[in-house]
Every structure is written in C-alpha cells, then in structure tokens.
Design a protein around this ligand. Sequence first.
Ligand code: DGJ
Length: 752
Amino acid sequence: MKKYYLSFAAVLLGAVHVSGAGISHVHLTTPSMSIVFARDAEGTWLMPYYGARVKNAEDVLSLRFNPKRADGRIGVVAGQVKPASYSVYGSREIGIDVNKYGGLCVKHADGVMSSEMIGLQPEWVEDKQAQSHLVLPMKDEVYPFVVRQHVRTFADTDAIETWVEISNYERGAVELYRMDSAAIVFPLLGTDFRFLSLTGQWGCESQVSETSLERGQTVAISSRNGIRNAWFANPAFMLSVGGEATERTGRVLGGVLCWSGAWGISAQRDYADLLELRMGADNSNGAYKLAPGKTLVTPKAVLVWSESGKGKVSRELHRWARNHRMPHGRELRDIVLNSWEGAYFDFDEARLEGMMDGLKEMGGEMFVVDDGWFGNGRYARDNDRNGLGDWTVNTNKLPRGIRHLTDEAKKRSLKFGLWVEPEMINVTSELYERHPEWAMKGRTRSLGTGRGGTQCVLDLTNPAVVDDVSAQLSKILKDAPDIVYFKWDANANFFNVGSQTSKCDSNIYFDYTLGLYEILSRLRKERPDLVIQGCSSGGGRIEYGFLGYADEFWPSDDSDARERVFIQWGSNFFYPASAAAGHVTVVPNHQTKRVTPLKYRFDVAMSVRLGLELDPKKMSPEDLAFAKECIGAYKRIRPTVQQGELYRLVSPYGNTYASLMYVAADGSEAVVFLWGLNRGPKKDFVPPLRLDGLEGDAKYSIGEINLAKGSKTHSDAVGAVVRGDALMNGGLPVYLDAGDYDSAVFVLRKIK
Ligand code: DGJ
C-alpha cells in the first residue's frame, strides 16, 4: 500500500493557497521520516516539511503556512519562505539569495537566462522496487521547457532518491549551466550545522573531515576529475543539524550522489539559517548543450534523515545500497586471492596455479588474476607501459589462454576473476595503431599521456568506441565463460579533455559517464551474474554511480592494516562492509614498509569483505595454518559482517585504538572488532566497550576468534553469558597488549 496522502486544496487546506484546482500537497513517508511537498500561490512546488515522521501533513502545513495572509504567500518567518523542492535560477522571489542561485540554470534557445517553473499536477510512477515514486512536473511559464522532479521512497529504509529529467521542447538547443539532481531549500532545520565528508588521495582515501557551517557560508565539495572522482572528495556528506551529532545522538541529514563523473555538492546556510543543498553532476567546465527534443536525466541523489545520530544515517544508506542499488547487494561476497601484490606483472601459468593451490589450502573461494595477462609481442603487458586496449591473452605468459586458468580454478573448486581496464588505451597498443582518433583529445591539441608515459583515456562519447569496448569485454567472457568476476580498474584522471570526433566538447564531462554506463549496462545484461569490483588506482571511484553496476570497490592501494583501519572507517560512513574489499598482504607492507602481525592484518581485513593479496607459496607453514583458521572463522561470521547493521563504537581519530561492531539482521549474532593503533603510555588500558544494537533483555554468550596459538583472550568476559543491557551500558571489558598492533575479534551469540 502506498503511504501518502493527496488532498485537495479547497477542501482540506485553508492555509495553502493554490492557483487553480487540483492536488495541493503530497505527503511521502519512509519508516521514520516524512516529506511534504506543496504548491504555493505562484504554483511553485515547495518542500515545507522534511524530518521525523508525522501522522498528518495538514498539521505540519498549518504550522508552516501563515493562515492569516490572504494573498496565500507562505511563511511569516523569513527562513520559511520558499523552501523550494527544486530551486531554479530566475525565481522571482526576492530577498532570499539561495532561491536566486538555484540548482538549474538554463540559457534558453533565444538567449534568456532565467527560468520560471510552474508546478503541474503530481504524477505517480508504477515502480515495483519502490514504496512510492512521485513525479513533480514543472513547466516554464513562457518556454516549452519541462523539468520533472522524481522522488522515490522505500519501505525498508529512510533513504530517498531524487533526480530530475530536463526536457527541451524549444526551437533550438538550450545550454545548461547548472543541472543539479537535488537543489532543495529546506524548511528551517536548526541553527547549528556541521558538515562531514571524506577526503584523500592515492594511498590514503576516505579520511574523515568535519567542519562547522556558519551563517552566510557555503561548504562545497566537488570533483572535476571525471574518472577518479572520489579521491580528493567523495560524493557523500553528513550534515549535523542543531548541534554536534554523535554516532547515537543528534539530527543528521546525510546524502550521496550516484555519479561516476565530475560532480559537486554544496550546502549554503543563509543569515536566517535557511539551508540550500545542491547535489549534481558538475559541468562548470562547459555548459551542457541540450538539443531540441532531447531529455537529460540527471544522476540520482540520495538523502537520509536521522533523529538519532550519524550511525543511523550509515545504516540506512547501507540498507538502501544492499537492497536497492548494488546488483547483488543481498549476496555474500567470496573470499578472494588477488594476484597483484603477490606477483605484479611477473607470472606464468605455473605461478598462478601455485597461488591457486595455496588459496585452496587456506579455504579461499575465488582467484583473481590482476594486471599483466594481455597484450602480445612488443605490446605485451609486462609492465604498465603497454597493451591497454588489446584485450587478448598474452600467449607468451599464458599459452593455454584464460580458459585454461578457469579450468584449473574449477579443478580446485575455486571461482575465477579477471582484471580489466576498459576505459584506457596505451599509445603502444594495436588498438591505438588502428584508431588513434579514439583517444580523448581536443582536435587541435597534442596528446598528453598518463601512467607509464603511454596511457590515454578512450573517448567514450564516441559510440564506435563504446561498441568496441563492449565487444572486447564480451569476447573475454565468451572465450572463458567461467569468469564470474571482473576487477574494473581505471588508472587515469580525465585528461586531454576533448573528443576528436565530436564537435561539442562541452558535453564531454557528462557524456563520457553516459558512455561508461552504456558499456556497463550491456555487460550486466549479457552477464547478470557477473560480480564487478570498481577500482580506480585504489579508491578513486568509491561512489554509488559505479556501485549501481558493481558490487564492491577497492578502498585503497594502501593495504597496510593500520592505515586500512582509517580508510575502511571512512568508507563505511556511506558504503557497506560487503562492498569494501580488505586484503591481507605481506609485511613489510609494500606501501608503508610497516610491519604488523598477521593476526592484526586478518582482524582488520575481516571487518569488511575478506581477501588476500600475496603469494601463498611464500608463507610459512605456521602463517598458512593461522590464515586457514581465520578464513574458516570469517566464513562463520560473514553474514553478520557483510549483511549486518554497523555500529561505530570508538573512532580511530584522536584515540589509540578503534572499535566497531556488526549486528546480524535477525539479531542472533554480533561481531565486535577492536584494533590497537599507535598506542601511548598506559598502553594496556582500554575502557570497557559500550556495545550497541543489542537487545537489552536478551542474553549473549561471549566468544573470541582469531586467537594466535597459546595467546590469552582480550576480555575476561570471554566464556560468560551476559544480558544486552549490561553490554551496552556497562560495556564489554577488553584489553590490548602493550605493542602497537594488538587486536581482537569478539563474537556474541544470542541465547535462544
Ligand atoms: C591499480 C590498482 O589499484 C591495483 O590494485 C592494481 O590493480 C593496479 N592498478 C594494476 O595495474
């Protein structure tokens, strides 16, 4: 049953003046929030209420709208004027700067720069995946120019999706200077704002930063890098409203943008505490030309509202992602051995088969051959200078082809995955010899190159390139149908911006991503079962645009366990553990030279999707045996880690240790991770961990896994049976050894 109310202005809403007859407001609900849309006197669609769930929309509307004003203009409080559901440049409303700015800015075909959008009757889309799918249509009062704002809600999460379709029915092309997915002027939410987002670069992705947003200020995050678009900033944020939010307390607005190209998100707070939020594809390097008769569909923006802290925002987003965004979000991910750090480019059949043997012995489930398997002759991919674009097996290294490897994997009951980098081309490749015009480049410009001094980006705005890349990927899968996993890498910035075959370079920022999605859609259609990992020089592409086609991401090329505590901590603010690949690698770590115990490396990797990235042949028998034990334990806790609800307990920022836990969806189990960081004096002292998400009355048995042979447990409570309320209020007593990198994993099972 759809949970919304439609009412007719004249009948039910004395307070809201509506031009013309028809539906005046719409009330959308999610499990714990309400959103109310209403049309004002000018016919503009507004969003007068966004927040905790209310029973009755008329009640909130009667508070928001000034019933005494005969002209029907809403709001006596300045900040409540025009809470636009989609703010547009050119709105006649005076005095409210945010409305003048707008998330949509159009130069109409005749050169006029303003738009005046009149709201039309709401529509409902038949949408089996959603609880409700509302469309608020708007038409310019002068031009045949239409915007349709979509809002989609779900029965199982407080996350809502919103985006717009922009249609040009004018005589000529219009130019879109801004074309945001969400451009919302919120009704007054509070008076104290803090903006949290992720930042980083190669090897240190997803670091958390938070800043206050003062009156008169705008906080903006963006990426103009149309490929590694989540490195320096991630298209995701949390905005605490009305004071500092904690993990468990405070009001928080969270959001993510589902887009793999250039993007921008900004929150502007005006003098009266009115907040305008804009989220969308960034086209500030060139207005988008929308031809007559064409419609542009913006990426989806996703918003979550929480009345109980940041933790809830994460959990709602994770649930939305698993249930409504990622292709196989409800499935458990396999335990992978990836060849990269174990072999780099230096392998042959025997070496890879040896790695498979080791993986099998440890109990792993999928073998993935990383970079280096393709290109032939002088273009053999024996280093990072050659071969991108030539997706045929290197017969020197792998004479019997990929199919032989998939057969070998099968013999060992292992699944098989392969690395590809379909968006790039080396000038040292057969493909470039045939099609130099397929490399991205302004027509009159010389060619700049990236990685290896020979790499360029393929022009995915050219349909011939899209067809060729799709055909090559399809052939790889047809030649070796037992491939069940692609690691999709993309090791370049969006450089040499320009197309050699198109005359409209200003559309390239947006259209490149459409080309990418076209290839991914065809791939998914051909092989719906395929699991895809999104990688972009590590975590350059951790975002929900790509995760609409992929099931996981590579969080960072920094595989050092201590660094991964921070990196995974950050990514899990917005992205679920099932999607984050954590690989155990050798020490000294290849990126940081740090030495950490094998147990620590497993304890960190097991808090996300566990994998390994080493040559098992080089492991000692003791390490192999320990790894086998950890892998066995992971298989038991995997459903809780990958599909459970996340609770962050102690942040690694400003502490000498960090802790988080997952609670199984059915509440039957909880897994608690504790990791020491670089610890100071009083090294062994860690206050009891106040657990979260348990049932107060239920009893839990407390166990510990991954204990190195002969070592003592990290809690005196191990073996005890304790009620949830004691664990959540008194806390679980824990110890960490004096060394920097001690760690523990506790498993709590609910007694039936
Ligand atoms: C960058 C990735 O992040 C690595 O994991 C690896 O796949 C290399 N590319 C291979 O070139």
